[in-house]
Design a protein around this ligand. Sequence first.
Ligand SMILES: NC(=O)c1ccc[n+]([C@@H]2O[C@H](COP(=O)([O-])OP(=O)(O)OC[C@H]3O[C@@H](n4cnc5c(N)ncnc54)[C@H](OP(=O)(O)O)[C@@H]3O)[C@@H](O)[C@H]2O)c1
Length: 272
Amino acid sequence: MAQKRFLNKVAIVTGSSRGIGSAIASALAQEGAKIVLNGRDEERLIEQQTALQNKGAAAIYFKGDVSDAAQAQALIDFALQSFGQIDILINNVGISSRGYLATLHPSVVEQVFRSNVFGTIFPTQAALSALRQTKGSVVFISSLAAIHGLPGLSPYSASKMALTSFVESLRIEEHAHQVHIGHLQVAMTEIVHNKEVVAADGSKQVLAARQKGKVLTMQEVATDCLNLLAQRKFRNTQTLLGKMNRMLNSFSPLIVEFILRKNLHKFEENSK
Ligand SMILES: NC(=O)c1ccc[n+]([C@@H]2O[C@H](COP(=O)([O-])OP(=O)(O)OC[C@H]3O[C@@H](n4cnc5c(N)ncnc54)[C@H](OP(=O)(O)O)[C@@H]3O)[C@@H](O)[C@H]2O)c1
């Protein structure tokens, strides 16, 4: 029988109508958590809610853009009104763009920062007092792009690095309140769902499916997220390559830069 490490815990997962957020929400539901889904597209949210309910989970959804402070607050209020408490907040919302800075429309940078930075800080701020009451957890879904800035992903890398210092500040601030802060640096993950990124001109670009085997599955990311939560651990950098990157970067960022320059073609290939 599956473990139930999160039985009756109330978990909000931002950006959980599809992708990694939906895998984390499903895994939490499977282990007994009550789930508050979030996204901006109602059809996808209903589909995800129905899938969870069909498996016997308590799942509700809140349609809203968490990069807007009022909507982020409304998400937290909705969770509290519906379930009476919040034990877990997974800050999963994040978008990326494609293109070198010289080619980017300024709105692209703004869109990525708004979504990734404000879309993480606003729900966290709104949830803190409820999380202090339950001595709950906030987990930040980050990326290996937060270790060393990646070519073609400068706004994305910068936004995830901004969150690294946010997470570090918050961990010190919330220590006395026993709120657990987790930071999952996710490696490249499968794409099976027409994932959209922002193209250099600001339009939406649908990414090609990423082959299983070469990248992590969404379930593997969800498993690491749940283990971080259950063990109340601070940071997990996924994959051996990610861990080596982190170590090498703290020792010599110039060596990492040299390796990245030698592998530019791989980044261009993965951007399609
Ligand atoms: N995929 C990877 O290879 C990878 C690697 C490293 C890190 N990550 C990180 O993992 C997280 C999830 O990535 P993913 O690939 O699963 O993304 P995704 O497939 O694009 O899914 C994003 C989810 O967030 C929702 N969303 C986006 N902006 C939102 C907003 N402002 N307010 C509310 N909901 C919003 C989307 O639904 P709507 O569009 O309907 O709102 C969707 O449910 C991100 O933080 C990403 O940076 C991903």
